[in-house]
Design a protein around this ligand. Sequence first.
Ligand code: HEC
Length: 194
Amino acid sequence: MTKNEKDSQVPTTGHEYDGIVELDHPIPDWFRALFYGTIVFAAGYFFYYQVGDGPTLATEYKRDVAETVYAQYLAAGANPQAKASEQDLLALLKDDSLRKIGAQHFQAKCASCHGPVGQGGIGPNLTDKNWIHGAKMTQVVRTISEGVSDKGMPPWGSVFKDKEVHAVAVYIRSLYGSNPPNPKAPQGEVVEIE
Ligand code: HEC
């Protein structure tokens, strides 16, 4: 069958201009499937992102930036905490993404003893003015990484990278003066934090 003979069996749309007729070819099945597929996909997409708890663009953007900032921070590395000066550590307090990472580590590893908001429990209250081992950033970093084994504070230096210890210290500093409910009674010396 030639192409013309084939076409003569296809119904026309009834449109004819200067003897040229418009054939009414059916839409190919694969194209139809693609079309219905987009509808199904759109419904899923809508429910996940608009109705369900799919992340917003802003959330995804913040997460990506936080990951990048932290990756760069870790990559910058080679600054053993023993050598990080008080000045270096204080500069980190401005870094929101670092504090958030510290908060996550705190919830995972420290909250069981120091309370979910640092109010204290088995370990001391980390939100008040009283400090047993000092409140300077360098001192807090040292306490976290070396621990106080005879008093039940584990050493975290082998669990965390140096920078992760810094992140947790940044988070702890952000708790200062937060007056959480049910605080543990003060222990140690009163230290004024500048
Ligand atoms: C098993 C319980 C426990 C866990 C887990 C724990 N700590 Fe402690 N922590 C203690 C105890 C107990 C002390 C008090 C040590 C002392 O009396 O000298 C302490 C003391 C401290 C201090 C010094 C407080 C001060 O007043 O000088 C800091 C800072 C601290 N912990 C941070 C952390 C961080 C950060 C984590 C998680 C990475 C953590 N701790 C996990 C029990 C714990």
